[in-house]
Design a binder for this molecule. Sequence first.
Ligand code: AMP
Ligand code: ZN
Length: 270
Amino acid sequence: MDIEKEIKKTIEKYGLISEGDKVVVALSGGKDSTSVLYILKKFGYDVSGLLIDLKLGQWSEIHNEKMRVFCSELGVPLTIVDLKEELGQGICFIKAVLKKEKNLTGCTVCGIIKRWILNKWAKKLGADKLVTGHNLDDEAQNVLMNFLKGNVLLGVNSGPATGGKSVKGFAQRVKPLFFVPESEILKYAKGKKFDILYDKCPCAFGTYRVETREWMAGISDDEKMAIVKNFQKLVPGLRKGNKREMKVCEKCGEPSSSKICNFCKIVGSL
Ligand code: AMP
Ligand code: ZN
């Protein structure tokens, strides 16, 4: 697969980025987000990087340094947000407290916290679009996980463009890698010899997402594509009966589908 062509097609078909948009790419330091930053810069978009330093010891330090070098060589500005300055603690401590107090586990907590900080900083940086490196494998996992939870409606807002769209002042979140399999991105990043870490997050073990990912190892890229494309065909129908208007959270003012956002619900207990 020519992933540059595929990304261009997705951007055009779903109107992900318009000319003149200020584009902020959420950088984890992994192959997906670095590749998408590199490609969007190559396409000539006004891009910058935004990385949350999760304070995972040496793992975070190596990622931060590699991203500093990657962005500087690419000529792209990079903002690093320190989680301890934002929330007073690193991600491991936050996860440990939430497990004890609320029995919340897995990548869900991390996802809620990252999303909230990324939204807030994208707005601060004046972004029109907030790009993430979510790929086809992530999306296929989501479809299956929602199905296995017995709640396909959890995917009602899924798609290459999500969130923030209808809330004034917020950057819309977009996923140019939505239809690109992880294996193809890995090939691309290795082919370009990107000097990054190719390992998974050290915190992600024994979670529902990791189990689903392992289970999906036996599924081909074509099958993953079918899972995602077939589910996307159902989305308009699901939306019709389940309009979830985006509002702003009464506590923090960030986008939310309910009165109090998930971040305030969980972090209020820290
Ligand atoms: P993950 O949830 O780790 O699979 O990451 C999905 C996407 O979220 C990545 O491709 C990035 O765009 C973004 N992301 C994950 N971790 C970070 C981070 N520490 N800082 C900024 N963006 C991140
Ligand atoms: Zn809130």
